[in-house]
Structures are given as C-alpha cells and as structure tokens.
Design a protein around this ligand. Structure first.
Ligand code: NDP
Length: 294
C-alpha cells in the first residue's frame, strides 16, 4: 500500500483564506482590525525567520502585525513591562513571545504574564487548564494543526487508538487532550516508555513529536494508519546537501500507512495558520462576538 499524502501546505492555504474572510467580517461588524503582536528578544536566526513569516502572513489575511524586536540583553522586568503594555492595548488581540527567550529571562514568568485572553500560543497555565477540563480555551497552534490534518484523512476520529509520542507542554500533551476531545483512545509515549514499537503498532493514528530524527520506523506502522509527523530536523547528506526530515522514516512509513504528512509540507505550514486562527478567535471573543467557525 502507498499512503495518501496529507497536504499541509494546501490545508494551511485554505485555512488562511477562511481566516481572511473572518477578519473582513469582524472589520465590517464592529469596525475592529484583529491585531497580533510578536515579541522577539535577541537575534536567534531561526526565530528571526519565524517572526518574519508570522508578520508576513498576518498582514496577508488582513490583520495588523505589531513587531517588537528587543536586544539580547533586555531585562526580564523590561520584557514584563512590554507584555503589560500589550495586555492593555486595545488594538492588540493576540500576544506571542517567540521562544526560547535568553537564559536570564524566566520563560514561565513571561508566559504567565500574558493576558490569557490574548495568549494566542495557548501556553498560559489558565489556557492549559481550560483545555484539560474541556472548557473554551486558546489552544497551542501546532497541536490544533495536527488534529486538522488528521481529520483530513478521516473526518470523524471517534474510537481510533491514537498514540502520541512526546509529552511536552507545547505539543504532546495538548495533542493528546485534543484527541481525547475527538473521542480517541489516547496513549502518550515518552522517553521512558517501554516497547515503543509494539505500542505504535497498535495505533490507528500516530502523532510523532519526540524530536528524534526518523525514530519511527516503517515496520512500526499499522497498515492503513494515519501518521502525523511533527518533527523537523535539518540533515546534511554526504554531498553537503541539506534535507529536512521528520520523526518518522517517511520512505518506509509511506508504504504501510493509509495517510501520512510529509516533512516539509505537513504540520509545519499549519502552525502559523493556526496562530492566525487563534488571533481571530481571540479578537472575536474580546469584542463579544461568537467564535468564528474555522
Ligand atoms: P521536546 O523536546 O520538548 O519534547 C520531546 C518529547 O519527546 C518529550 O516528551 C520526550 O520524552 C519525548 N521523547 C524524546 N525521545 C524519545 C524517544 N526516544 N522515545 C519516545 N519519546 C521520546 O520537543 P517538542 O515537543 O517541543 O517538539 C517535538 C518535535 O516537534 C521537535 O522535532 C520540534 O522541532 C518539532 N516541532 C515542530 C513544530 C512545527 O511547527 N512543525 C512546532 C513545534 C515543535 P521525555 O518527556 O521523557 O523527555
């Protein structure tokens, strides 16, 4: 069997089009333009690229982008003051502090300082708690993207055995929560899990977010399973050519899976689209409007 490829690029494009429509509706209804503020501390080249892409796509869907670039030596209290200012700025509906922040700044303090209603990364403990208790929340972007892609393969995930590899607060745990909400039977695996291949072989749906290049082999995949690969690894071959790879050995897994996301072009493009989605949702809620259907 050769798996069907779940196209993250096209799915993200369609989502951005719907978001643009919702942005226009909010402008028309309440005269407000959704605004997303992104804060970058320091000059990490990878973070620079992410921030630039976020700003570009924010503007493309008709939202306002506010960029705050602070020097590496910014103090924690200066960063917290900026967050306070953004919390109180009515033209800002979403706040994202690009992680990681420099080591002298306490990441948890920064996340907790963001108004949960504007926490479009969904990392604030209040949003994590709301998600875990099935309440209205802002949900981390990559996990939302994973579930949207899984539902491209099968619209109703009810009853599937789902195995999530990874238990981080930003990917593994929220993906597992979302899959529970979709009525999957969820197993969360991590670095201390025994017999990982055997566990994955039981899965109708695998979400690989271990951060280990090609850890999931083709013979771990149950025939016909849905495979969502979150990992991103930059590898260089013998000829010095760079290639992006995932947590799944794609060339092997594609022979057994029913549906699979590629790397690149799978989960990656969904993350920013879901950030824009959260920003529009946050803006609607802050203006007393019903949640946009996205
Ligand atoms: P973390 O390093 O925070 O978490 C990795 C998780 O995987 C941990 O829970 C860890 O277990 C588990 N793990 C590590 N090794 C193994 C193993 N051998 N077997 C089973 N589980 C293992 O990573 P993130 O959650 O932040 O990210 C995961 C991957 O997703 C990375 O490759 C990252 O680059 C990518 N990513 C991609 C995004 C996108 O937009 N496409 C966005 C975010 C992340 P333990 O808890 O025991 O240490």
């Amino acid at each position: 069997m050769t798996a069907q490829i779940i196209d993250g690029k096209e799915t993200a494009k369609a989502l951005r089009q719907s978001i643009a429509g919702e942005v226009a509706k909010i402008k028309e209804t309440v005269g407000v333009t959704p605004g997303l503020a992104v804060v970058l501390v320091g000059a990490d080249p990878a973070s620079e690229v992410y921030v630039k892409n976020k700003a570009k796509q924010t503007v493309e869907v008709g939202m306002t982008s506010f960029e705050h670039r602070l020097p590496e030596e910014t103090t924690e209290s200066d960063l917290l003051s900026l967050i306070d200012q953004l919390n109180n700025d009515t033209s800002v509906h979403g706040i994202l502090v690009q992680l990681p922040v420099p080591k002298h700044i306490d990441e948890r303090k920064v996340i907790s300082a963001i108004d949960p209603a504007k926490d479009v990364d969904g990392f604030h403990p209040i949003n994590a708690g709301r998600l875990a208790t099935g309440q209205k929340a802002l949900v981390p972007c990559t996990p939302v993207g994973c579930v949207i892609l899984a539902k491209q393969a099968q619209a109703d995930l009810t009853g599937l055995n789902a195995v999530v590899i990874g238990r981080s607060n930003i990917v593994g745990k929220p993906v597992a929560q979302l899959l529970l909400q979709e009525n999957c039977t969820v197993t969360i695996a991590h670095s201390r899990t025994q017999n990982l291949p055997e566990i994955v072989r039981q899965a109708d749906l695998v979400v690989a977010a271990a951060g280990q290049c090609e850890i999931v082999k083709g013979d771990w995949i149950k025939p016909g399973a849905i495979v969502i690969d979150v990992g991103i690894h930059r590898t260089v071959n013998d000829l010095g050519k760079t290639k992006l790879k995932g947590d799944v050995a794609f060339d092997e897994a594609v022979e057994t899976a029913g549906h699979i996301t590629p790397v690149p072009g799978g989960v990656g493009p969904m993350t920013i689209a879901c950030l824009l989605r959260n920003s529009v949702v946050a803006c609607a809620r802050l203006n007393g409007l019903p949640d946009p259907v996205l």
